[in-house]
Design a protein around this ligand. Sequence first.
Ligand SMILES: O=c1[nH]c(=O)c2ncn([C@@H]3O[C@H](COP(=O)(O)OP(=O)(O)OP(=O)(O)O)[C@@H](O)[C@H]3O)c2[nH]1
Ligand SMILES: [Mg+2]
Length: 199
Amino acid sequence: MKIVIASANKGKIAEFQKLMPDDEVVAFSEILGEIEIDEDQDSFKGNAIKKAQTIYDLLIEKGFTNIIVISDDSGISVPVLNNEPGIYSARYAGINASDKDNNAKLISKLNELNLEKTPAFYTACIALVYNNQVYTVHGWMHGNVINKELGENGFGYDPIFIPNGFDKTLGELPNEVKKEFSHRSKALNLANKVLDVIL
Ligand SMILES: O=c1[nH]c(=O)c2ncn([C@@H]3O[C@H](COP(=O)(O)OP(=O)(O)OP(=O)(O)O)[C@@H](O)[C@H]3O)c2[nH]1
Ligand SMILES: [Mg+2]
């Protein structure tokens, strides 16, 4: 069955395609073109539902039937910074901020507190819409953020995030390692269990 990913983030789309090798996984933009969805809800769950439902409704309007839409709203939270940037992770350094800008802002916040390293965790909420019903699941990955970027793998905050049990950042570790235990993998495992029940 066709699974449409309600995300414009290339890093996430690539991870979903690797995590679901047996399905036909396409980004919404391939069907609907560019669409901006205002992420104005106050939780990962609220934003994930808004993204998935918006894309699902547009696909139904276009005449698609029997489709599954999956969205992901995710981010990194740093307890010593009152869980910043959290749901604002993509726009931490401003509306059109790049991953580099966001990492630089987080690093400068750590430096202000004289911290080389502090606990942090990623959250992913996946919303799944099928047959006009919405289902949500969450996954988390815990570790530490550090005050310098190391490595080029992954995306977003990965070069400054060291997962628990490792001494390298996700920028340095192979993508296959992240795939084993990431917030997105954990949430997707649960989403697959939902699909097993509803399909
Ligand atoms: O290093 C990272 N590794 C990850 O595994 C990861 N997952 C999320 N994030 C960060 O959190 C924002 C999500 O914001 P977000 O859910 O709104 O996504 P987005 O705006 O990039 O795309 P879309 O899916 O909304 O279209 C992203 O931009 C990233 O900065 C990650 N960073
Ligand atoms: Mg977004």
